[in-house]
Design a binder for this molecule. Structure first.
Ligand code: ADP
Ligand code: MG
Length: 301
């Protein structure tokens, strides 16, 4: 019986593809984290990630080229940051309608280059094709000292859960196009403490914490009162809106204590703790009741 990709869902489709991918010897982590982790040298791993933006799905036809270019690179830098690494080289592929004004293309690259300079990324190539709608794909390399690599797996019961900034309403506010990836925050964190797990929030807090919990075989309790929200964002916005691009990470309790008592250059919010897998994902409401959080997250299909 045939099944459409809409029936399968985005994550079902990725799982379906994962079973068909050969795994190489020097692949430390393939599908299933924010970036692939590959052997590089005795001291470092190579990181590789890619993200694609499509007109009508990720941005509107009227969105400025600068914002599109900025976002196309920013979401990839965010994935490298979430592994504890630093970005290095990128290739950029664009699909353009032949009637596109060249100024729009120039603006895309202006937006991308500004961010590339800021985070010391070097754009070294790409591909250009005809397409009925604007499409832009960035593939980004990065590297990470082996001892600083942080994956989604490794959170343990008792660990404290943190987020690097306020959540919710990224789309209506336009933040999903203009956010700065939390690279400096991640590197600062790693200078002081080693998170047990980390991810960047692209699919919503509930969904992305769900990815950490699944990879770590753990559960969690979030505290409603402690989840930082942007003005106008409800708890549901904070839990389920996608594209906040904040870091979500877990620290061992002793590390959390030590880290919070040191001089912290950035604001990190403690929002809950990791529990046993059988608890699933729960929320302690402001009224003091515990209830299950639906594990739903943004899915393309
Ligand atoms: P993120 O939100 O961090 O960019 P995704 O949810 O897009 O991550 O992807 C989850 C995982 O699935 C990643 O490891 C990614 O490399 C992998 N993945 C996504 N799409 C594909 C695909 N078409 N083929 C192979 N792997 C994929
Ligand atoms: Mg990610």
């Amino acid at each position: 019986m045939s099944q459409s990709i809409a029936d399968m869902g985005e994550f079902g489709l990725i799982e379906f593809l994962r079973c068909r991918m050969p795994v190489g010897k020097k692949v430390i982590r393939g599908i299933g984290d924010d970036a692939a982790v590959l052997e590089l040298s005795a001291r470092e791993y190579l990181l590789l990630t890619t993200d694609m933006l499509v007109e009508g799905v990720h941005f509107r036809p009227a969105t400025s080229g600068q914002r599109i270019g900025h976002k196309a690179l920013a979401c990839n830098i965010s994935d490298i940051a979430a592994m504890g690494g630093v970005p290095t080289y990128a290739v950029v592929s664009i699909g353009l309608n032949p009637r596109t004004d060249t100024r729009f293309v120039r603006d895309i690259y202006d937006g991308m280059n500004l961010l590339a300079r800021r985070f010391k990324v070097c754009i070294v190539g790409g591909d250009t094709v005809r397409s009925p709608r604007t499409v832009i794909n960035v593939a980004l390399l990065g590297k990470v000292e082996k001892k600083k690599l942080v994956t989604r797996a490794g959170a343990r019961p008792g660990d404290r859960i943190f987020v690097s900034g306020k959540l919710g309403r990224s789309f209506p506010s336009g933040r999903h196009l203009s956010f700065l990836p939390r690279l400096n925050e991640a590197r600062f964190l790693l200078e002081h403490v080693k998170p047990t797990a980390m991810i960047d929030i692209s699919d919503g807090l509930a969904g992305d914490l769900g990815h950490i919990l699944k990879a770590s075989r753990a559960g969690a309790v979030l505290e409603e009162d402690r989840i930082p929200r942007h003005p106008g964002a409800t708890l549901n916005h904070a839990l389920y809106d996608g594209e906040d691009f904040e870091l979500l990470f877990t620290l061992r309790p002793s590390d959390a204590k030590r880290f919070l008592s040191s001089r912290v250059k950035f604001k990190f919010y403690e929002i809950g703790r990791v529990t046993a897998a059988r608890d699933g994902l729960q929320i302690l409401t402001a009224a003091g009741r515990k209830s299950a959080v639906l594990g739903k997250s943004f899915s393309h299909f």
